[in-house]
Design a protein around this ligand. Structure first.
Ligand code: PAF
Length: 286
C-alpha cells in the first residue's frame, strides 16, 4: 500500500493505474476509521481497479464552536485498517498541501446548504464542498463513495458534481448501524453507557416515521411531532431539528406525496448525533 502526503507524488503514484486503464475510486474520510468507512472501502474494492482513501481532518468545515482540535486522530490505526482492507493508496496530506495560506475560493451549493444542518453549522457545507472539490482535482477519481448517514452532504456533493460537470460518478452507500439501530459514527465514543442506550431512540423515532408514512400518514407535522415525543421520552435531549424534506433538494415537505428523507440532529449530553431515513409512501406497511 502506497502512502502519499503531497500532490505531485499522489498524481505520480496514480499515473500508472490510469495508464493501465484501472478505474480510480476515491473514499474521502477524516480518519478515525470505523465500520462505516470500511463499508465504503469494501464497496470501492468491489467496483473499481485502484482504491484511494484520503485522510484529512478538514479545518474549513468546522465552526468556532466545533471540535476541530479534539477531532480524533489515529494515523497508525487508520493505515493498518486501510492495509487490511486492500486499499492501494492512502493520501494523507498536511493542511498546507490542501490549502494555500491566502486561499479565498469557496464552493457553495446554494439552497441545499440552507436547511437541516445548514443553519446550525454556518459555513460547514462550503468547507465540505471546497475540500471535496480539491480532493477530486488532486486524485481525479472516476468514482467516489459517500455514506447515506450524511444525507445532506451527499445530496450537496451530487448537486455540485452535476452543476459543475465534474467527471466523477458518486456512489451512495447505506448507513451502517449497531444492532440496536444507532448509526455508526466516531461521535458515539463520546456517549456514556446511559446516553448510548438513550441514543437508540433516534433510530426508533425514524422507524416510527417510516411506519406512519407507509401506513398512510401524509402530514409531516404529525410524523415529526411523534418523533419528538419518542426521543424526549427516552431521556434528556436537545433537538436541533426533526424534519421531513425532499431527498434531492433538501427543502421541507409538508404533505408526503413522494419519497422523502426524514432527518434529525439531536444533542445527547455534549454529543450531537445526526441520522436519517428515506421513506417511500408508495410502499405500504403490512
Ligand atoms: O464525511 C466526511 O468525513 C467529510 O465531510 C469529508 C467528505 C471527508 C470531507 O472532509
Amino acid at each position: 500500500m502506497n502512502v502519499t502526503r503531497d500532490i505531485a507524488s499522489t498524481r505520480a503514484a496514480l499515473a500508472a493505474a490510469r495508464q493501465a486503464g484501472r478505474p480510480i475510486a476515491l473514499v474521502p474520510t477524516m480518519g478515525a476509521l470505523h465500520a462505516g468507512h470500511r463499508s465504503l472501502i469494501e464497496a470501492a474494492r468491489r467496483d473499481a481497479g485502484c482504491v484511494v482513501v484520503s485522510i484529512f481532518v478538514n479545518p474549513t468545515q468546522f465552526g468556532p464552536r466545533d471540535d476541530y482540535v479534539r477531532y480524533p486522530h489515529d494515523e497508525s490505526g487508520d493505515l493498518k485498517q486501510c492495509e487490511e482492507a486492500g486499499v492501494d493508496l492512502v493520501f494523507f496530506p498536511p493542511v498546507e498541501a490542501m490549502y494555500e495560506k491566502d486561499a479565498v475560493t469557496k464552493v457553495n451549493v446554494g439552497r441545499l446548504t440552507e436547511t437541516l444542518c445548514g443553519p446550525f453549522r454556518p459555513g460547514h457545507f462550503d468547507g465540505v464542498t471546497t475540500v471535496v472539490n480539491t480532493l477530486f482535482n488532486i486524485v481525479q477519481p472516476d468514482v467516489a463513495y459517500f455514506g447515506q448517514k450524511d444525507a445532506q452532504q451527499l445530496a450537496i456533493i451530487k448537486r455540485m458534481v452535476r452543476d459543475l460537470r465534474m467527471p466523477v460518478r458518486i456512489v451512495a452507500c447505506p448507513t451502517v448501524r449497531e444492532p440496536d439501530g444507532l448509526a455508526i459514527s466516531s461521535r458515539n465514543e463520546n456517549l456514556s453507557d446511559a446516553q448510548r442506550r438513550q441514543a437508540a431512540s433516534l433510530y426508533g423515532a425514524l422507524c416510527d416515521a417510516g411506519d406512519r408514512i407507509r401506513g398512510g400518514e401524509r402530514d409531516a407535522a404529525v410524523v415529526t411531532r411523534e418523533m419528538q415525543r419518542i426521543i424526549t421520552e427516552a431521556g434528556p435531549a436537545r433537538v436541533d431539528y426533526i424534519s421531513v424534506v425532499d431527498p434531492e433538494t433538501m427543502q421541507p415537505v409538508a404533505n408526503v406525496a413522494a419519497p422523502v428523507l426524514v432527518a434529525l440532529a439531536v444533542h445527547i449530553g455534549a454529543t450531537r448525533l445526526i441520522d436519517n431515513l428515506r421513506v417511500d409512501p408508495g410502499v405500504r406497511s403490512p
